[in-house]
Design a binder for this molecule. Structure first.
Ligand code: SF4
Ligand code: SF4
Length: 92
């Protein structure tokens, strides 16, 4: 997987569907933490995450794939039961 430092100048998209090749975790300041005990499995965070970083498991539970999460916080805002908390990345 490539680093964001290997993006083309201007972050131009020169190949369709290439976002899966890039690990965007390094530019994240906050990370989502999903509390499975509070989660009602409604799927709203999965629908609204712009990066496809919310993973739906076979048992219909959800988790975050942090390799593709850029920390925008949309999942937290979309969760009606406050099952997602954004916490600051350590070392920042
Ligand atoms: S913080 Fe943003 S990118 Fe990360 S899982 Fe939530 S909605 Fe997706
Ligand atoms: S929006 Fe909240 S309750 Fe719904 S699936 Fe995501 S974490 Fe669970």
């Amino acid at each position: 997987m490539k680093s964001w430092k290997e993006l083309p100048i201007g972050a131009m998209i020169i190949e369709p569907g290439n976002s899966i090749e890039y690990n965007v975790a390094q530019w994240r300041v906050f990370r989502p933490v999903l509390d499975k005990n509070k989660c009602t499995k409604c799927g709203l965070c999965w629908i609204f995450c712009p990066e496809g970083a919310i993973v739906r498991n076979e048992d219909e539970s959800y988790e975050v794939n942090l390799s593709f999460c850029k920390g925008c916080g949309i999942c937290q805002r979309s969760c009606n039961v406050k099952a997602i908390t954004m916490i600051k990345e350590e070392g920042l």
